[in-house]
Ligand binder design. Sequence first.
Ligand code: LLP
Length: 381
Amino acid sequence: MKFPIDKFETRQTPFYYYDADLLDETLQTIKSQLQPGDHMHFAVKACTNPGVLAHVIRAGFGADCVSGGEIQVCLDAGFPADKIVFAGVGKSDWEILLALRADIFCFNVESIPELEVINQLAQREGRTARVAFRINPNVGAHTHDNITTGRAENKFGIAMEDMVEVIRLSRQLPNVECIGLHFHIGSQLLDMDDFATLSLRINELQEELDCYGIVLPHINVGGGLGIDYIEPDLHPMADFASYFATFRRYLRLRPGQQLHFELGRAIVAQCGSLITRVLYVKQGAVKKFVIVDAGMTELIRPALYDAHHCIQNLTNDEGDEIYDVVGPICESSDVFAKDLPLPHCSRGDLMAIRSAGAYGETMASQYNCRPLSTGVLSTDL
Ligand code: LLP
């Protein structure tokens, strides 16, 4: 990826930089692979930068939200309400009311008590809520333990054994309308077998529903497609072709049934980088540290998940040294990389921490009273 370094020089670091061309190329690649009756809801938890959202809206995608705050951000950004879905194990009353009043497309419901509350609140508002049931498919996915969501022991979703009962219950409740099933098995999945297994599980569940004469119009398979954190320039785009092909091959939809996706990371991760500046280079007792002005407050993924992000010195590409790249936060987990070979680093050098467009800016915190950093699109520089 080419970075406009001269334009970076005048900006306060750290900041997030989003390459609008790569974002658009990614959106168009996905769009070209959607078929009639398919819907893409961008998982906005990955990135709510307004500039990025504007491109997603322009591509015609909807939004997958997990909080009232996200719903409000999406409405303000201009997502049509009828393209918004709302998931989450713990929806507060005010969040449900906000979604009802906006008349969003669908609530992805995760428990019977939640269904009953949505029904009550919808009744109070004189509305009918469209709901899909998030079923926990008990599918293990090949990813970090903290980001698998579809195993039986996870807190997410309704047990498969309870699926028919909740659908029946919903039919007795006057202010909810059950329109589909929802699934999500985890994130950063690179093994297409996981999506094949999910598809086969959905087929089994649909066969069970056939026995009761139940056909629901919408199937939502969630998100989870992973990206190449190791070589972002080799694979600036996720493997969308294999991803969609897997569902086309294994998932058996009923006539007229519509297919929904909720990709987050695969849409925005590679177009975003965290741009930071070297503050100090320090020789410790056994290690050489590059101390940069971004920390776990800007990008928590390495500290939280041991996540790998490529780091590039944008100012200098000569020399070869081994560094630990660390932030300024008072936590020993505030480390971006250990024993990393890098060109020689000096105070003032600009660095890019790559593949940070997803779960970067949105997971930032103000720990140590640090100001939130801003995000900018290449076209706005
Ligand atoms: N749908 C649901 C119901 C989800 O829970 C998620 C992500 C997605 C869609 C989007 O998944 P994606 O396509 O982005 O993998 N903070 C972690 C990732 C947490 C993902 C949570 N759920 C990280 O930085 O890796």
